[in-house]
Design a binder for this molecule. Sequence first.
Ligand code: NAD
Length: 487
Amino acid sequence: MKAQPKASHYVNGRHVEDERGDLLPVIYPATGETIATLHAATDNIIELAIEAARAAQPAWARLKPVERGRILRRAADILRARNDELARLETLDTGKAIQETLVADPASAADALEFFGGAVTAFTGDYVDFGGAFAYTRREPLGVCVGIGAWNYPIQGAGWKSAPALAMGNAMVFKPSENTPLSALALAEIYTEAGLPDGLFNVVQGYGAAGAALASHPVVAKVSLTGSVPTGKKVLALAGSHMKHATMELGGKSPLIVFDDADVENAVGGAMLGNFYSTGQVCSNGTRVFVQDGIYDRFLDSLARRTKAIRIGDPLDPETQMGPLINKAQHDKVNGYVAIGRQEGATLHCGGGIPKLQGFENGFFIEPTIFTGVEDGMRIAREEIFGPVMAVLRFSGEDEVIERANDSEFGLSAGVFTRDLPRAHRVVGELQAGTCWINTYNLAPVEIPFGGAKQSGIGRENSLAALGHYSQLKSVYVETGNVASPY
Ligand code: NAD
């Protein structure tokens, strides 16, 4: 199986290679085979990309928003037309089941391009009347923006960052995760085909060093990172030392609270979605599942039955529901947490093993895993595992569960399952999280802001809020009478 792109990087509307860069092998996580070999960006490639973006941005910013938006909407149509081919590429890059990538990944990127291509036309400044004098505000682009992606949603991440940046009149240099470099290159080609002028969306590959070089480059006005909290702290410090704008979409250990009166099957479905989708590699996952006493046994019975029925295997088989983890390091890490959970005294209720799959013996597969009897202080209840490992915790009362749910350094997301809607709204009002779901989990449509509270991040992606984060306000005060000067 091969998925070798034309070159490692895409700069100024062209494929570019520099073989002096460190080797960057692309591994298909289901088999462990190398499907492409790329090179990390050298300093030369990074300079070329930043210079291309800097040179192209002013003319782009002078276009009318509706003209910029038209190109984004054309690119969205191309993404949709190539959905199946892009989904396959995303599955090869990530190992995620094709039944997910066909509906979730290129489609979500296309939604972002379509939404921001339209929304930017209505994202205008304000007018303030002073009775004679008046003021207005202008929404101006920032200039050259850098996007740094994670490996769980590669094309979605590239779309979520580039669409609001470009719509607002910025240029972008995007560095995908070193684990998943392929689909951002495909997005770059699509932008060019849709008519985006050269230099406005550039893709450079690389490891953390390439990300750090971009985040500290003096020409760059803004950095948007999706990644872990430790990386976020480093990148925010780099951006801060140059006074750059920054958006940080980071990790989580989100609570999902199931009250006694919840619909059991819906709550189980929500908990499974919020722990096992994308093999558990979702930042907003509700990995601390708090279940109230009265529904606890019924919830666990159904959860175990439905979890054991999950079909693990060949990610390209449309019947497969769960693929492998991204790589060996992540496989080792997740297995390590299963061992830690056992040592800490939690009960392994289901899963925890490595499935035997003919033809996929070298893949990074793991069974969906459920721990019960989990205590708040255990590491499996406090640390982000980023794999299909659910911790079930038991609770009795509303005030108690709110306090326990909020007892985390993270604050990305939270969920509540209950038929008592006044309680649902009361509880989400108390939860420290950027996104809350009532009677569902993990939906992130482009129309609503997405981002974290506490250490889970700063800023928001999606919605009009993202246009705000890719622009700066200029206030213009206009005097229509004489200057009131005491001199
Ligand atoms: P990571 O932090 O290891 O890497 C993220 C990106 O940062 C990669 O492109 C990497 O090359 C780059 N990077 C690493 N060190 C850097 C440095 N010093 N300077 C600049 N760039 C650097 O994260 P990951 O393992 O790719 O992704 C998993 C993490 O991402 C999880 O913690 C997950 O929760 C989080 N995540 C968050 C969201 C969100 O929207 N909040 C979405 C997806 C994933």
